[in-house]
Write a protein that binds this ligand. Structure first.
Ligand code: 87F
Length: 588
């Protein structure tokens, strides 16, 4: 695609072009930075269509305060999140990710800085999944970022629908490249040329390679940090097997691991299922998925997919082995058979889902298992009148407690920063979503206890110092469990069985996803999308997508009930018999 048409397209879609002004003066005053950020945010309403106006070189909020020896807190820091989640989800989301220092904007629309606070969550996910796939015999590897056009085109039939999203390198230094290179949007074509070379015999199977890498998809829909970006991080697993049975078994094992990342790490409930033919990866034999739900907007969101690719790619890339089980006469050659392949991917989008599901009006709420700080210890009860010795004594005691917790395996952090009030620290750690706050002052030390405050519920309780190392891990696990339970209850309450078409759109507009009996036909699905698009008068569902229809999210593995004989498809225009329950919904 010519670059002019990209610019044109961006204009048409109201996506901002990358800013050319790069104000990178490190000396910029925090107040100015903050004003600029506010202006940018004002201009960038959305969950948030990333307008990319944030200029490079912005310091983090409150940074200017350090080194100035000021005791007074920066006004902008204490403000916290200024809108509620219910009132303006987009604004809320943007404020949360920026103020909790999860992410920063850059001068490239749709490309973000994943700051340590979000990258650490990614590392937790990576370590968890990496251990599990290694136990399955998967090995990590790395393939080039660039793919030749010829190689990408080998997947022609499947790439067609994605062509508009491929980014190309056309120049190297001052020279125009003879053959442009694609920046990988996914690595099927890059990897399968190698698979074709490597796999010669059944003894080379199974071949199970994974990559932890970045991919680029030149999205023209508005970008939303984490949820829909032009560059994102993911793992892509690509495996080749001798039999369909073996491949299919792996597809489900991987899906279970994806479910575990969401539910056991991020405390985000998901529904496992199969994609309908309309929604599956066109290159797949079948696609399985974990589907999440964003309650504030009542929309589904695809969590991750695990595909059985069948033998399509093996045929395209000539990945064959001899059928070693075939009985042949002496001197006769055995037939060549195509291998069975899978591919599966999990992305940094999951972090955005976690933020959306658990965050509240005070900011982020991070589940303990992925929080880099699980318990923050804040010395309290110290004021201007406290003597230096008393202050030192309290801080030393709290430091000892932090060390004891760390030794017991708790990711504890002592906030002993001077010049900040305890209240200010409480707000900051609340905004950053730290699961447990432990307040310790002279009176607590005298009672040999600390005051614990849960981030998720606000519940306060005291823990005796003697029981700290057993009680804190127990409470963290309780928080983890209850966060998932609450989110699961909410998802379940918004997964509504609908039996008649007249209830379809109203139920959808009440921020639900629907379980309906469906004929399994692709054209019928298209019709439902169209007919559910017209919003009920006066009930705009989403200011930016008022007419978004419902698409099929998945065919849940867990079907609500058997389909009774003679039951018709939910779509009255269809008239065919229903074959299965399908989850429909508006989606991200
Ligand atoms: C965008 C541009 C070019 C998605 C694309 O789901 C190609 C593609 O093939 C493309 N967007 N896809 C499908 C990706 C399929 C598959 N790849 C490995 C996964 C999981 C990991």
């Amino acid at each position: 695609m010519a670059s002019e048409s990209i610019e044109q397209k961006m204009d048409d879609l109201n996506v901002d072009k990358p800013s050319t002004s790069q104000s990178a003066e490190p000396t910029e005053k925090p107040a100015k930075q903050d004003k600029e950020r506010k202006d940018q945010k004002k201009a960038a309403k959305g969950p948030k269509p990333d307008k990319g106006q944030n200029k490079q070189g912005q310091g983090k909020q409150g940074q200017g305060k350090q080194g100035q020896g000021k005791k007074k807190e920066d006004e902008t820091d204490t403000k916290g999140i200024t809108v509620t989640k219910a009132e303006d989800l987009s604004e809320w989301y943007q404020q949360v990710i920026l103020k909790a220092e999860m992410l920063e904007f850059t001068d490239i629309p749709g490309c973000y800085i994943y700051l340590p606070r979000s990258y650490m969550i990614w590392e937790e996910i990576r370590d968890f999944f990496d251990a599990r796939i290694k136990a399955m015999g998967v090995e990590n590897s790395y393939f080039p970022l660039f793919i030749t056009e010829a190689n990408l085109q080998r997947e022609k039939d499947h790439i067609e629908g994605f062509a508009a999203e491929v980014a190309w390198v056309t120049e190297g230094g001052k020279n125009k490249l003879e053959k442009k290179l694609a920046v990988r949007p996914t690595s099927e074509t890059a990897m399968y040329s190698y698979y074709s070379k490597k796999i010669k015999s059944h003894r080379d199977l199974p071949l199970k390679l994974n990559q932890w890498n970045n991919v680029v998809r030149w999205e023209f829909k508005h970008a939303v940090p984490f949820l829909r970006s032009r560059e994102f991080l993911w793992q892509e697993g690509h495996t080749a097997h001798m039999t369909e049975q073996e491949a299919s078994k792996e597809v489900l094992e991987i899906l279970d691991h994806y479910e575990a990342i969401y539910q056991d790490l991020l405390a985000v409930p998901v529904v496992k299922g199969t994609k309908t033919v309309n929604e599956q990866f066109p290159g797949a034999h079948y696609t399985t998925t974990v589907e999440g739900f964003i309650p504030s907007v009542g929309r589904g969101i695809q969590g991750a997919t695990s595909h059985c690719l069948g033998q399509h790619f093996a045929k395209m890339f000539d990945i064959t082995v001899e059928d070693h089980k075939q009985v042949v006469k002496e001197g006769e050659k055995r037939d060549k058979v195509h291998v069975w392949q899978n591919s599966w991917g999990f992305t940094t989008r999951s972090i955005g889902v976690m933020i959306m599901v658990h965050g509240d009006d005070k900011g982020l709420v991070v589940p303990p298992r992925v929080s880099n700080i699980q318990a923050v210890l804040v010395p309290v009860g110290l004021n201007n009148k406290t003597s230096d010795e008393d202050r030192e004594h309290v801080v030393n005691e709290v430091d000892k407690l932090a060390k004891t917790l760390k030794a017991a395996g708790v990711r504890a952090h002592l906030d002993d920063r001077e010049g900040y009030s305890a209240g200010f620290k409480f707000n900051e750690w609340e905004m950053k979503g730290i699961p447990l706050r432990l307040e310790v002052g002279p009176k607590d030390l005298a009672k040999e206890s600390v005051l614990a405050v849960r981030r998720d519920t606000g519940e306060k309780f005291s823990i005796s110092i003697a029981e700290l190392t057993t009680e804190v891990p127990k409470r963290l696990e309780q928080i983890q469990k209850e966060m998932l339970q609450r989110a699961s209850d909410e998802f379940a309450a918004h997964r509504v069985i609908v039996r008649e078409w007249k209830d379809f759109v109203p139920t959808l507009n009440n921020k639900n996803v629907l379980l309906v009996q469906h004929c399994a036909g692709g054209e019928c699905e298209d019709e439902i999308k169209k007919d559910s698009a017209a919003s009920v008068e006066g009930q705009e569902v989403d200011a930016r997508a008022p007419s978004m229809g419902a698409k099929s999210l998945c065919i849940p593995f867990e079907q609500p009930e058997d389909i009774k004989e003679g039951t018709k498809c939910i779509n009255p225009k269809c008239g065919k018999d229903a074959k299965m329950w399908v989850m429909f919904g508006r989606s991200y």
